[in-house]
Design a protein around this ligand. Structure first.
Ligand SMILES: [Fe+2]
Ligand SMILES: [Fe+2]
Length: 333
């Protein structure tokens, strides 16, 4: 066994050793279907006799949403709708894999329960956007199919240490993004959308806590490898899951969507820096002791990273309006 293989197999032992802990936390970290909100709680009930009035009310509110906010919301929805990609991904992580499809291990129960909660996000945003009548649904559906079919490589290999660093970061990023959309929806006078994005952000916040908690355990048991994995992931950079998004014509759709998100302040380079800072503090990286070699290098690298990203964040520039197929070719600014 070479050094890399040895390192990987010792990481696997740690993951297996905390399966019982994960299993004991699943019920507290996730909400069962009978206690959870469901998409229909926030949408007009089409079985009622007054359904047309509630749909009209939804559409009237949504008519005031700026095009740029709609674009960001569509991008967020497309990202959530690519859930099959994320479940496939989590199931590839060694030691986490659900080997039967209905396994009772802690990790398998977590990954299925997490997926089940996430499934409500794309569902709700999709139905809401459909009802607004402001979105070219066919263009959006093409984007979703393209994204799932193209896939996503977060560069976590099949390593759960890298994987849970990634999800700790990613869930927090998603929480920030949905929360900021909620604020902008309120400003535009759409309280229903504010509630929708607020509820989704609440789920993401719980998921963030869960992944951080799993990593807490890993940091306690195996600080050297945990900090190395954190450093490795941040060197590779956290790429957003919709990076390969494309509609019928635009190959580089993600760059355009993310530009609008940045310009609206929904998810910015500053947020990226803030998340690094939060994770570095949460796992107490600056005060980890007895690290040597690559782990000590990773610690130094991580402790200076947020400051470096903040310096870069100042340099974001404004740009021209960008047309999107999602809003019938109109330009968003
Ligand atoms: Fe989500
Ligand atoms: Fe989430």
């Amino acid at each position: 066994m070479n050094a890399a293989e040895k390192r990987f197999s010792s990481r696997m032992e740690v993951i297996e050793s905390i399966d019982g802990f994960v299993g004991s936390q699943v019920d507290a970290l996730l909400m069962s279907a009978d206690k959870c909100w469901q998409p229909s709680d926030f949408l007009p009930d089409l079985a009622r006799t007054d359904w047309a009035e509630s749909v009209a009310e939804l559409r009237q509110r949504a008519a005031a949403l700026p095009d740029a906010l709609l674009v960001v919301l569509v991008g967020d929805m497309v990202t959530e709708e690519a859930l099959p990609t994320y479940q496939t991904w989590i199931n590839r992580l060694t030691g986490v894999t659900d080997t039967t499809g209905a396994s009772r291990t802690g990790w398998a129960r977590w990954s299925r329960g997490w997926t089940a909660e996430e499934n409500r996000h794309g569902d709700l945003l999709n139905k809401y956007l459909y009802m607004t009548g402001r979105v070219d649904m066919k263009a959006v559906e093409i984007t979703i199919q393209n994204l799932i079919s193209r896939g996503f490589d977060p560069q976590t290999e099949n390593d759960p240490y890298l994987g849970f660093i990634y999800t700790s970061f990613q869930e927090r990023a998603t929480k920030v993004s949905h929360r900021n959309v909620a604020t902008l929806a309120k400003r535009a006078g759409d309280e229903r959308l504010q509630r929708i994005c607020g509820m989704i952000a609440g789920d993401e916040a719980r998921h963030e806590q869960a992944y951080k908690l799993f990593m807490n355990r890993i940091f306690e048991i195996d600080p050297t490898e945990a900090v190395r994995a954190f450093g490795t992931m941040m060197k590779r950079k956290i790429v957003m899951p919709a990076v390969l998004m494309k509609d019928a014509v635009e190959e580089n759709l993600y760059a355009k969507y993310s530009h609008i998100a940045q310009r609206l302040g929904v998810y910015t380079a500053r947020d990226y820096a803030d998340i690094i800072d939060d994770l570095v503090q949460h796992w107490k990286v600056p005060t980890l002791t007895c690290l040597s070699g690559h782990a000590a290098e990773a610690q130094d690298f991580l402790c200076g990273l947020a400051v470096r990203y903040r310096a870069l964040a100042e340099r974001v520039v404004a740009s021209e309006p960008i047309p999107f197929s999602w809003i019938f070719g109109k330009a968003a600014i």
